[in-house]
Design a protein around this ligand. Structure first.
Ligand SMILES: Nc1nc2c(ncn2[C@@H]2O[C@H](COP(=O)(O)OP(=O)(O)O)[C@@H](O)[C@H]2O)c(=O)[nH]1
Ligand SMILES: [Mg+2]
Length: 470
């Protein structure tokens, strides 16, 4: 257990109804006792009434009172204070929460006071890190805390809540326990070679091995199918000037974010927004029209657009369906041709079938949709196509599914390789010592997912993604 007592403002800094200062550690109650005075003691200058010993407070109860600076007896704020005694707290340590009014100055003043009386300022995610170190949660649940805080849609929240309930931990633990026992059997067989036949039942082992391999494969498949629901998708709208990129952006995000004019080159910088599509978080960027230009500002915008295209998941290539294609359209098509893209034929209000733009055969394979960004037509078909391409055909039943994150998935890939190697070893009749190496590797790797055998750098990296106060 860590000796220090940490403190932080746990709520966003800004004006609001309530702001919370949280303390955790052995001295949390002593420190809070210095600065809290319960409301039934009158506000007077007598020394002994200046603060209240909160060690007698009932755990998980709210007490009304004041934060008072012991040095000058100035009342800093009227607050509610709760004590959550170890081990029944978020960190499994003694925790004190002070609910004050939320303003940057008042919260800062209270934080300064508790720091003065012995608390140290908490680092990002340090409360959750303590919950992990003190064994209240495993690493997958700690990661779920960040996912819950960062969830942008109901579906990403559902995925995170499955993890915080510990379902991933349970699933990994089942496989790990089996392999751990199996490792003990192998070691026994190595020590007593004459009894190998009795100790190791090859048929049973092959079956159970296969079950574990299937479970790991399923988890990896679930990442492939479902991570986009958690992590979202990055879309970029590209096209030459004046085809309706900014109009489409505004239609999709349902607000006038990008400036739309008939003047080519209006959008010069990259504009990024986020919205939700069928529960999938989407980040979308409107870009400067791609064309040859000497305008230095446009050149910067065009280069930014090209960089963004490189790191996007799906490209919406938009053309003006009411006029003929130009060399700029062809050049853009060449640039995005090998990438995941949708051809958006805009300005459908201007063309009837007879006058529609004609496209070369090489464009025919790209999924396409006709829209009018001006009149909001065809947008539903475009959205459906975006969802279909992003999620594939797989309809994910979130109720039943644990969706690993990228860190888990990369470890599971390695587990799968080692397990397959162990099975092959069995089939080939390899020495048990070699099989044991593969199995031990998987046991250790699975421990990295839940935290049992994770190195400190990885743990630090995970908690660095947290905000302060969580
Ligand atoms: N008729 C018609 N005009 C459109 C449509 N979409 C955009 N425009 C017009 O085309 C011009 C350029 O639009 P804008 O969105 O700024 O294009 P961008 O340069 O590609 O971002 C503006 O005058 C828009 O009103 C459409 O679907 N139909
Ligand atoms: Mg524009």
């Amino acid at each position: 257990m860590n000796d220090s007592t940490i403190a932080a403002v746990a709520t966003p800094i800004g004006a609001g109804g309530i702001g919370i200062i949280k303390l955790s550690g052995q001295k949390a109650l002593t420190i809070a006792s210095h600065v809290f005075r319960r409301s039934h003691s009158s506000i007077s200058n007598s020394k002994h009434e200046n603060s209240t010993d909160i060690s007698s407070f009932k755990s998980h109860h709210l007490y009304h009172g004041y934060i008072v600076d012991p040095e000058n007896r100035r009342v800093v704020d009227e607050v509610l204070l709760a004590v959550m005694l170890a081990p029944h707290s978020y960190t499994r340590e003694d925790v004190v929460e002070i609910q004050a009014h939320s303003g940057p100055v008042v919260l800062r003043s209270i934080l300064d006071l508790v720091l003065k009386y012995g608390a140290t300022i908490a680092g990002p995610g340090e409360f959750t890190k303590r919950a992990y170190i003190n064994g209240r949660i495993d690493l997958t649940q700690a990661e779920a805390v960040i996912d819950i805080i960062n969830a942008k849609t109901n579906k990403s929240l559902e995925i995170a809540t499955t993890l915080i309930k510990g379902e991933m931990q349970l699933c990994i633990k089942r496989i790990r326990d089996y392999l751990f026992n199996f490792l003990a059997e192998i070691n026994a067989a190595i020590d007593f070679p004459e009894d190998v036949g009795e100790i190791i039942n090859v048929d049973r082992i092959t079956d159970v091995f296969q079950n574990n391999i299937n479970t790991i494969k399923e988890l990896i498949g679930q990442y492939d199918n479902g991570h986009i629901l958690r992590d979202g998708i990055k879309l970029v709208i590209v096209g030459k000037p004046n085809v309706g990129k900014s109009s489409l952006m505004n239609c999709l995000i349902k607000k006038e974010r990008s400036i739309v004019t008939a003047v080519p080159g209006t959008t010069r910088d990259l504009i990024e927004e986020s919205f939700s599509l069928s529960g999938m978080p989407v980040i979308i960027a409107d870009t400067a029209g791609l064309h040859d230009t000497d305008d230095p500002v446009e050149v910067i915008g065009i280069n930014k657009a090209k960089d963004y295209i490189d790191c996007s998941d799906l490209i919406l290539f938009i053309i003006d369906g009411g006029s003929i294609l130009t060399h700029e359209d062809y050049e853009i098509f060449e640039m995005i041709n090998t990438r995941n893209s949708i051809l958006v034929i805009n300005k459908s209000d201007l063309f009837s079938d007879r006058h529609k733009v004609t496209m070369p055969d090489s464009w025919k394979k790209t999924p396409k949709v006709e829209i009018s960004a001006l009149y909001n037509r065809g947008l539903e078909a475009l959205k459906d196509l975006i969802v279909k391409i992003s999620l594939g055909k797989n309809n994910i039943d979130l109720q039943a599914v644990i969706i690993p994150n990228l860190r888990h998935k990369l470890i599971l890939d390695r587990c799968l390789a080692s397990l397959c190697s162990a099975v092959e070893g069995f089939d080939r009749g390899s020495p048990l010592e070699l099989i044991a190496i593969d199995v031990k590797e998987v046991v250790d790797l699975l421990g990295e997912i839940t935290g049992g055998s994770t190195n400190n750098d990885v743990i630090d990296q995970i908690f660095d993604r947290f905000c302060i106060g969580k």
